[in-house]
Design a protein. Structure first.
Length: 247
């Protein structure tokens, strides 16, 4: 997706809705379990687990839920095996989408993802046909009220950030995945407020989507995010804030 208003707009709206239903807790718990299973239960040596714990804290996930999910990953009461699978597809208008899932039943998941996409006028795509349009990047967003533009430049560039762009009321910071945690930590040590921080698939170029087409695209993304097995949905589109205001 694209910028606090543009990069993560749908994501922020959807997470607010999911929190009310508790669905986001289920998704985060699954990620905690898989992260702990792959890299162990110590966040100091497991970067994927650290990111999942950050998500849990940001969503006010109960501590007991967090601990239970991590313990499942380290072998205490976990009888499920999850796979990381990313599906590729096209939304109407040629917009490319990546659907990141964690699933214990790939047949069920692909059927559910395909049904949502095709019912809304899109199509599934072969592996690699969409993914090349994205780059794995760290995205950190800081409100412009947190510090001056010169200061944010100095803080993040010396810590290894790739780029900083002022986008309305936020500074959008891009990093290579390997530098993401170092930049984030540097901001935290300097008491700089962070509104959003995540490793994401950032589109190399975007397609402007407007009006009713934009609303239909948002509905498609939300329907995919409603699926239990779906963790993240990325797209190479740009939607004006006014569309979100209408919704």
């Amino acid at each position: 997706m694209a910028g606090h208003s543009k990069w993560a707009n749908i994501k922020h709206r959807k997470e607010a809705q999911d929190n009310k239903k508790g669905k986001i807790f289920t998704k985060i718990a699954r990620e905690l379990t898989v992260a702990a299973k792959i890299g162990g239960g110590d966040p100091a040596s497991n970067s994927r687990l650290r990111l999942a714990l950050d998500k849990a804290r940001a969503s006010n996930m109960p501590k007991d839920n967090v601990e239970r999910a991590v313990k499942k990953g380290t072998g205490e009461g976990n009888d499920q095996i999850f796979e990381d699978i990313t599906y590729e597809g096209y939304a109407p208008g040629g917009v490319g989408i990546l659907v990141k899932t964690l699933t214990d039943n790939r047949n069920r998941t692909i059927m559910e993802v395909r049904t949502v996409i095709t019912k809304r006028g899109g199509s599934m795509a072969e592996a690699g046909s969409v993914a090349w349009q994205f780059e794995n990047k760290g995205i950190i967003e800081v409100p412009v009220t947190a510090c001056s533009e010169d200061d944010i430049m100095n803080y993040v560039l010396e810590a290894g950030a790739e780029d900083v762009v002022t986008d309305g009321d936020i500074y959008s910071i891009t990093t290579e995945p390997a530098e993401f945690e170092n930049v984030k930590k540097h901001l935290e040590e300097n008491n700089i407020q962070i509104d959003f921080a995540e490793l994401s698939m950032k589109p190399k170029t975007t397609i402007d989507v407007e009006g009713e087409a934009a609303k239909k695209l948002i509905a498609l993304v939300e329907a995919l995010e409603d699926l239990d097995d779906v963790q993240e949905v990325y797209g190479n589109y740009k939607i004006d804030d006014s569309v979100f205001d209408e919704l």
